[in-house]
Design a protein around this ligand. Structure first.
Ligand SMILES: [Zn+2]
Length: 112
């Protein structure tokens, strides 16, 4: 089964928010329905992280902020050799961290 990250679509005006803000900042609506976020987008900015928490199994990783095709912005790991601002990327929802017996999933971006 393909996994998705969920956005929150306002029942009042239809705008999709990510993450959930509780109150729509466009129409003040408070009812939302979960919708899968698109996985294509462009890389807005990125950074290389060192000194990760002990439960990460890699010594360092690239973290980027991506503007998805619907305009939502999301943070995710990058599996890209030499990332460039503005490049097109495509995300997959994959395990990003193991905490005890719990696996946390997040969006990992690849070159599109
Ligand atoms: Zn709204």
């Amino acid at each position: 089964m393909e996994r998705h990250i969920l956005g929150y679509k306002c029942r009042g005006c239809g705008r999709v928010w990510y993450p959930n803000r509780g109150v729509c900042q466009d129409c003040r609506g408070i009812e939302f329905e979960p919708v899968p976020l698109p996985k294509n987008g462009k890389l807005l900015t990125f950074t290389h992280l060192h000194n990760l928490a002990a439960d990460f199994e890699v010594p360092s990783l690239w973290l980027g902020i991506v503007e998805l095709s619907n305009g939502n912005r999301i943070t995710g790991q990058l599996r890209i050799d030499s990332p460039k601002i503005g490049m097109k990327v495509v995300g997959k929802v994959e395990p990003v961290r193991q905490v005890g017996y719990q696996t946390h999933h997040g969006m990992i971006f690849y070159k599109a």
